[in-house]
Design a protein around this ligand. Structure first.
Ligand code: AHR
Length: 492
């Protein structure tokens, strides 16, 4: 019998920190595997109930967690995407080969109009990623005009003929993706000049300009953030950054999504917690080059990446999702909240059927993953105002390596209530969390918990609710936090 971990959270609830931008809860939908086709799009003639071609079951699930923002069409796909191939009558659109992802046929059924239908149905904002790697300045400039112009120009009229009178709003527009890799294998110095050139020609009517996103670095690299923020002095609202959690550090053998032991659980959490240091290091570069804090730091791809499932096309990046993924998600939310001053937007990779997905589909069937429920619990943090706090937590130790046993978030929600999120990373020990709130007594904490019997528990098409939230309450400034759990409670 072991003693529970001791944790003390200290805060003055009358103090406020930065707003936790709702776009931190953004998602990513790439033309990859069964992410778009089957996952969200089945076409208007499908027997699967749909609205404008988008499956109703998935739409309803995503609406329930209030997805604020969707990034599209890639990813690596974005730098090979030519927008003209995805407008006009669907049966006349060219069939391409998706060279990045499985070499499958891409019939361009989902193009610009369909994507905006999708985000409108969801009530989400649009994050479009432009093609810098293999497209021209003219192509990108014309796409922007097509989407946003309110004039009587030929391009705007083509949009009208294709069924859309009003220009669309674009919240973010990315100029290239992973330009250090699949987006063109560039060096940051070269990308800087290309960015400056492309961004010059991004023109919209007044008030319609999206936030322009430069494609930055990944993992421990800070050079891209440094070189971009030092050399791009206008037409840039933020720099993107990618970090994927692999249980091992090996791309060839990343580890299984569903079969792992307590050691591998620890390793996965240790690797995902590196997000904290990587953000700190990159934001230090921004603070040096942009001391006024004008630039955002956008983690526009993150999440777990495991070995492809046996028997599945490896290029489709389909993986199952367990309680471990929910804990990974919640740990990252807590880190993003800590950096809310700069981190205004993130996109988990990806929304449906790809990598750390919210939803998995199988024909007409659908299930919600543990990660979905982590997003569900944390909804109350969208556009909340953070409350500064300190946390003293015992360590969770494996083979002499340490992680904090508990991480947390504290914020005032848009509904005026104070919310506390707690994650117990330790798969075997519970934690006793004491709240020291400048003398304020909390009579009751009410909310929900996500946990399960085994670390590998998952939802399957046969058993869809193995990992699902349950009601949770605690009393008087103290929470008994079960092992391997995520809790979000309102303080009353
Ligand atoms: O999310 C899958 C891929 O990961 C994206 O297409 C790419 O940007 C990244 O390498």
């Amino acid at each position: 019998w072991a003693k529970p971990h001791e944790v003390v959270i200290t805060a003055d609830l009358s103090k406020t920190g930065p707003v936790i931008n709702k776009d931190i809860y953004g998602q990513f939908a790439e033309h990859l595997g069964r992410g778009i086709y089957e996952g969200i799009w089945v076409g208007k003639d499908s027997p699967i109930p749909n609205t404008k071609g988008f499956r109703n079951d998935v739409l309803d699930a995503l609406k329930a967690i209030h997805v604020p923002l969707v990034r599209w069409p890639g990813g690596c796909f974005a730098d090979e995407y030519h927008w003209r191939e995805g407008v006009g009558p669907q049966d006349k659109r060219p069939i391409k080969v998706n060279t990045h992802w499985g070499g499958v046929e891409e019939n361009n059924a989902v193009g610009t109009h369909e994507f905006f239908d999708f985000v409108e149905l969801l009530g989400a904002d649009a994050y479009i990623n432009g093609n810098l790697g293999s497209g021209t300045v003219q192509e990108m400039a014309e796409w922007m005009e097509y989407m946003t112009s309110d004039k009587n120009s030929t391009l705007a009229n083509e949009r009208r003929e294709n069924g859309r009178d009003e220009p669309w709003d674009i919240a973010y527009f990315g100029i290239g993706n992973e330009s250090w890799g699949c987006g063109g294998n560039m060096r940051p110095q070269y990308y800087v000049d290309l960015y400056r050139q492309y961004a010059t020609f991004m023109k919209t009517p007044p008030g319609k300009m999206p936030k322009l996103v430069a494609s930055g670095g990944h993992t421990e690299d800070t050079q891209w953030t440094d070189v971009l923020s030092a050399n791009i002095d206008s037409n840039m609202d933020g720099i993107s950054y990618h970090f994927y959690t692999l249980p091992t550090s090996e791309w060839k053998e990343k580890g299984s999504a569903t079969e792992f032991d307590n050691n591998m659980w620890f390793k996965t959490l240790e690797r995902t917690m590196r997000m904290d240091k990587y953000l700190e290091d990159n934001i230090a570069k921004l603070d040096k080059n942009d001391p006024e804090g004008k630039l955002g730091f956008y983690v526009d791809e993150w999440g777990t990446w495991y070995d492809a499932e046996e028997g599945k096309e490896p290029g489709f990046l389909y993986q199952q999702n367990t309680l471990r993924d929910a804990v990974v998600a919640a740990v990252n939310f807590n880190i993003f909240h800590d950096y809310a001053e700069r981190v205004h937007m993130t996109n988990i990779a990806q929304m449906v059927n790809v990598l750390q997905a919210m939803v998995l589909t199988d024909g007409e069937d659908m299930l919600l993953t543990p990660t979905y429920y982590a997003y569900d619990l944390y909804q109350v943090f969208q556009d909340s105002t953070s409350i500064p706090f300190t946390i003293e937590s015992d360590d969770y130790v494996v083979d002499g390596e340490k992680l904090p046993a508990v991480t947390a978030s504290l914020a005032k929600g848009k509904d005026g209530k104070t919310y506390l999120a707690l994650v117990n990373l330790d798969p075997t020990e519970e934690a006793k969390v004491t709240l020291d709130l400048s003398g304020k007594k909390v009579s009751k904490l009410t909310g929900r918990i996500l946990t399960s019997d085994a670390i590998t528990d998952k939802n399957t098409f046969k058993q869809k609710s193995v990992v699902a939230p349950k009601q949770f309450t605690a009393k008087a400034n103290q929470v008994q936090l079960p092992a391997k759990s995520v809790v979000v409670v309102a303080l009353n």
